[in-house]
Design a protein. Sequence first.
Length: 376
Amino acid sequence: MSYHLPYSASSTARWLACPSSVKAAKDLPDYDDSNEYSEAGTDLHALAALALVSNAHTHADPTVRMYVEYVAHLRATYTMQLEAVEQLVRHADYPDLGGTPDYASLYEDHEGRTCLHVVDFKSGIGTIVDVDGNEQLLTYAACIASSIPFVDIDVFRLTIVQPQSYRDGDEISTIDVPPSDVAAHMLLVTTAIQQDHFATGSHCRYCPIRATCITLSDDMVRTTQLDSSDPTPTPATLTKWLHLLSLQSVINKTLDQIEDRLVQLHRDGTPLPNAKVVESRGHRFWSADSVKVIRWLGKLGLRKRDVMSTPKLLSPSQIESLPIEGKTKKELKELLAPLTAHKPGHLKIVLKAASGTPAPTPVDDFDQLPLPLGDF
């Protein structure tokens, strides 16, 4: 089971951007921010850890299987000098810094280098996590290295296994970084630990203090004060718009958290000024079994075909997620390719660091026209 330190590796991107969020959250009671997706991810990680500890090099669940088989391949390829599965690690000089890497090992690679390998298992659907410059893995690497100072590490190998990536080729991604990169990352970490300031951005989404953060509140208020009618916005205005857009999911999640907290206060007997708690209209469902319902409806003159919905074919993505023996998700996608097509998606704005293929701009379209460059 993972344990979150004040400067948790999994939250590195947040507290590097907003150092004061750590101190502000230190005395807060634990807040349960889990949902069905995070709980499912926790279960998959527990299954994966159990498989690795018991040396079971395969697994029935296809998501777990890809991760377990990758680690099994490492074990078969190299002689492990040290190995850890879901073990808490703290930095030797900063005991509040650390976390629980999914898998880490130390071995000599094929080039004779001493390699510290950290593997992160991402079980979620949809979001692609980049391994290049990944703050969480760099923090893990720095903390582990500090706990084995007697070892001269030549290369840090970082891997992200995300079996449910929607983009082919991104299921397993690995990068080798030199010790100097880890040292540079630790310089950023130590600087952040010594700083004391708030900053808003997409990193606020999972911050435990977002519901009470004055800096975030001020930025949220400013979203209602923007004049988007300016035909020629300045670079400063564009920067402000993009920053506020990055807070969209943060604002929605924060408002949900505030509403949940207000409902709980109401249940505890706290009066809410100028507000009341009402129950939303719930949907109705059949309380009897389907056979009894169909017979009852038949007495009203309705036929079975009138009351039964038409069976619907699963989508290509749903078919690819089915546990078909001997077929990986990628192989299924290739087999289904002649039967599938893509609808064009809608345009949206994302930060440069986010995944996604840039949409063509009007300039790109004009570049395809046979016009002489001298006309421009």
